[in-house]
Design a binder for this molecule. Sequence first.
Ligand code: F6P
Length: 540
Amino acid sequence: MNRIRCDRTPAWSQLQTAFESTGCAFDVRSAFAADPARFEAFSQSAPHVFADLSKNRIDTATEALLLDLAQQTGLAAHRDAMFAGEAINNTEQRAVMHWLLRTPPLDPAMPAQSVHRHMAETLHEVHTTRDAMLVFAEKVRADDAITDVVNIGIGGSDLGPQMAVLALDEFVLPGKRFHFVSNVDGHELNAVLRKIKPENTLFLVASKTFTTIETMTNAQSAKSWFEARGGTDIARHFAALTSNVAAARAFGISTTFGFWDWVGGRYSVWSAIGLPLAIAIGAQGFKEFLAGAHAMDEHFRSAPLAHNLPVRLGLLDVWYRNFHGFSSRSVAPYHSALKRYPAYLQQLEMESNGKRVDVTGAALPYGTSPVIWGEPGTNGQHAYFQMLHQGSDVVPVEFVAVKTPRHDLPGHHTLLLANVLAQAQALLLGKVDAGGHKHFTGNRPSTFLLLDELSPASLGALIALQEHRVFVSGSVWGLNSFDQWGVELGKVLAKDVEARLISGNPQGLDGSTAGLLARLAPGLQPCPHPQTPSLGSASA
Ligand code: F6P
């Protein structure tokens, strides 16, 4: 499909003019004073998520222009192409169908059902594969001898399941502990191995490609540790979650759960990569997680663009990045269990949209992915919120709060909510002080996402919302949001440097790397189980 570059559309020029005339001086406080209905106009209900966008530097005229931009860049057609299973990941010639993983079975009585009929067979395969995985999850849950589940994986094979298991801690089966090993730094695996016993442990080796060097090294070391302690039943204590089942078998793991090349690594928590979550919260909980996400898929697919939450958020991201020039967004989940949510969003957004070329490989003259960063509130308030309130850069903040907690400690939740509301209010209102040091400029934008509760369903919806909003900005920017070539070069260079650390050979190196090498090498141990990553090969 032909995608028109956003900066060549009439809407882009109009947005430029609007920004220069009124947008750059837009004061949200005056907008509230002028329009008593502003909160209603800039709030949006979506499945499981209520969003208040009213504290942003936006008015209805600007939002209308942004919607024109979406229309002129063909956002709806691009979205529909994704849902039709077209190979929109053009550099890898792959469809993008993580959403199919959360689509319920087809109902023959409903001919107009949203999923395309030609995908019925694939959908059937999805359900059969998931059913097998959920049966396994229930078996592990019922197995009292398995007390520790160790997920070995990195990137999307770590961040999604780890974030979700932590987030849904209140739903996790008592008596099972979950560990996540991602870093090739042996300290991480070692710290887990110290706490577990082979006979009580299930290792899940999670890797879409089954070639990622960190994961393969950790998996091999875990297997050696298991065998050195007398472990023999690999089939019971190791399972592989991968789309490269042949490589998992060659590695010696016979218990495997597969998925498909049309599931990107950072979109894979809904697939077999979600097995740790399924074990943690059970088959029913996992289905609710998928159902929440599916409800958001349907919203994204069918709500008019003007009332479509992922669309409104993604367009706001474009407005901030390309017209206001804001280069980062801070995420502030006011729920301590969402501690890995910022890290999860970093991969989702920056690996998807951190690109300076369009789908054809042509360089783009405008900014793309913002930097995503943050910590749960209220902790962030006592660290970097100083900069958010009084720093020289304006950083839009995206709060997440939950109406009903799952604890009954008196007063805590009231205090937590008071803080999140107060922070958003302080960013907006500011405070006049002649002294300078105590002056707050205010008019600092924020978005407020509100969930009724943090549950499997609402978490699924929240994550799907974020996936789709990243799709929206990436689509307007003309990117392929589904490849990640930028991570490949470092992987290949590491292989060369590894050999030099052992040999000490600095020949041909740049001066800095050679200088550092001289302080570290030779004499380091080679990895006993080498892997060979190659640029442009199997990608996640
Ligand atoms: O870092 C690049 C990347 O390919 C991510 O996209 C992916 O989530 C991660 O590595 C892990 O890949 P795999 O699941 O194949 O081990």
